[in-house]
Design a binder for this molecule. Structure first.
Ligand SMILES: Nc1ncnc2c1ncn2[C@@H]1O[C@H](COP(=O)(O)OP(=O)(O)O)[C@@H](O)[C@H]1O
Ligand SMILES: O=C(O)C1=C[C@@H](OP(=O)(O)O)[C@@H](O)[C@H](O)C1
Ligand SMILES: [Mg+2]
Length: 165
């Protein structure tokens, strides 16, 4: 299970990991988009963040119950106390990076509504609030700085001692 901030590579590394482990990959953001029938940015605009968080809470609960492979969560999923409790005994890895790398990665990618305005400052604020929560749920912390997604996947397997799985 991969947690960490927007753009750190949960989705990208999750796919690589699933392939390495010969298992399935699931991403709660994808599940939410399917359920809502529209992109995350539109959910934020039309119904607001609290509604998105409610969809996310349900999506994480369903995925944890049903899915046995690699699961990538959205960056804010750990804000929910019930979600953190669900993750308590699972092999959760916190992927991390610094703000410069975050801005570089998210700038190149699909829009994330929470970083639409003032991305650098917003990212710092979000990390201040969330870092303790990522740390609380994680069994291991893996840096993604200067590593390709393949290298990060290797480091995750090492950290969870799944290298020969
Ligand atoms: N280790 C990495 N090094 C460089 N770029 C990366 C790395 N991992 C992911 N990326 C890029 O960063 C962007 C965000 O990745 P993504 O997997 O969507 O992150 P998340 O799911 O954590 O928000 C994508 O453009 C992806 O190709
Ligand atoms: O950090 C957040 O609050 C969010 C992260 C996004 O997922 P990624 O972390 O996969 O970008 C997505 O769930 C939404 O835009 C909100
Ligand atoms: Mg993602």
């Amino acid at each position: 299970m991969l947690v960490g901030p927007m753009g750190v590579g949960k989705t990208t590394v999750g796919r690589v990991l699933a392939e390495r482990l010969g298992t399935g990959f699931r991403d709660t953001d994808t599940d939410i988009v399917e359920t809502a029938g529209k992109p995350i940015s539109e959910i934020f605009i039309d119904e607001g963040e609290p509604h998105f968080r409610e969809l996310e809470r349900r999506a994480v609960r369903a995925a944890v119950a049903e899915h046995r492979g690699v699961l990538a969560l959205g960056g804010g999923a750990i804000l929910d106390e019930g979600t953190r409790a669900l993750l308590a005994d699972l092999p959760v890895v916190f992927l991390e990076m610094g703000v410069a790398e975050a801005v570089k990665r998210t700038g190149l990618d699909a829009p994330r509504p929470l970083l639409a305005v003032n991305p650098r400052q917003r990212w710092r604020e979000l990390m201040e609030q969330r870092r303790p929560l990522y740390t609380e749920v994680a069994r291991a912390v893996v840096s993604t700085e200067g590593r390709t997604p393949e290298d990060v996947a290797d480091a995750v397997l090492d950290a969870l001692e799944l290298k020969d799985a």
